[in-house]
Design a protein around this ligand. Structure first.
Ligand code: NAP
Length: 254
């Protein structure tokens, strides 16, 4: 990565939390926000080496970042995460709710634990982090919250009842919180990726999937990060809230 010269940085002095930033899409988002001059909290659950590498890459390029371990489905750990960020940088300008897991299986085989684990992280985690960060943003009277949803939450996907319910919930949550926080200068938007090449999808690639992607290829984490960066950093995005942006090669056309 390359941190932009100071005069070109659009997020200079701003503080971003990216959940699940040790790998995949979250990692690409953390690097992109840091390139724009943001100080980035790189959250992760267990991959401390990978998270440390993301931080090292940002610092080597002249940016600033810290790795913070927290299971964002747990309220005490989310509170500790935001406290650590406030102790280090005293503000929170951007929250990217990116951490997510899958536990795919058809409904009749889906155990309650499979349902609960995915809802706990992919939906309750978004609620907990948004609640904690928005307390700070409300005082600042500014902030940008970006939730990573999925096309599965818009069109459904066999084998992903838990995941698609959580992602559809994230979209409804995004619209409600956008309305609740709008008067305080905080925008809340969702990004809905299609099929992106990461650890999450490495075992489920097939030519069948490509048939449903008009652009005929899987997406890259950097392509999702580009949309997040637009919503976090672009001046024009100040007037955008409560929206869902698909980065999916054309899979969903509303
Ligand atoms: P990934 O490569 O599997 O990475 C998941 C990230 O989430 C890792 O950094 C992981 O940390 C973190 N994480 C897992 N459990 C956590 C927890 N309890 N608390 C905090 N962090 C946790 O996934 P990805 O493909 O980049 O997906 C990122 C987001 O995009 C997810 O919300 C996913 O649902 C969404 N999405 C992905 C695709 C796709 O095609 N890949 C499509 C649509 C939407 P550790 O490294 O410590 O485990």
């Amino acid at each position: 990565m390359e941190v932009l010269p100071e005069s070109l940085q659009r997020l200079r002095g701003q503080v971003a939390i990216v959940t699940g930033a040790s790998r995949g899409i979250g990692r690409a988002i953390a690097l992109d926000l840091a390139a724009e001059g943001a100080n980035v909290a790189v959250n992760y659950a267990s991959s401390n080496t990978a998270a440390d590498q993301v931080v090292a890459e940002i610092i080597a390029a002249g940016g600033d970042a810290i790795a913070l371990s927290a299971d964002v489905s747990k309220v005490d750990q989310v509170d500790a995460l935001t406290t650590s960020v406030m102790e280090k940088w005293s503000r929170i300008d951007i929250l990217v709710n990116n951490a997510g897991i899958t536990r795919d299986t058809l409904l009749l085989r889906m155990k309650l634990e499979d349902w609960q684990a995915v809802i706990d992280l992919n939906l309750t985690g978004v609620f907990l982090c948004t609640k904690a960060a928005s307390k700070i943003m409300l005082k600042q009277r500014s902030g940008r919250i970006i939730n990573i949803a999925s096309v599965a939450g818009q069109m459904g996907n066999p084998g992903q009842a838990n995941y698609s319910a959580a992602k559809a919930g994230t979209i409804g949550f995004t619209k409600t919180i956008a309305k609740e926080l709008a008067s305080r200068g905080i925008t809340v938007n969702a990004v809905a990726p299609g099929f992106i090449t990461t650890d999450m999808t490495k075992d489920i690639k097939s030519d069948d999937i490509l048939k449903y992607i008009p652009l005929g290829r899987y997406g890259l984490p950097e392509e999702v990060a580009g949309m997040v960066k637009f919503l976090a950093a672009d001046a024009a995005a100040a007037y955008i809230t409560g929206q869902v942006f698909n980065v999916d090669g054309g899979m969903v056309m509303a």
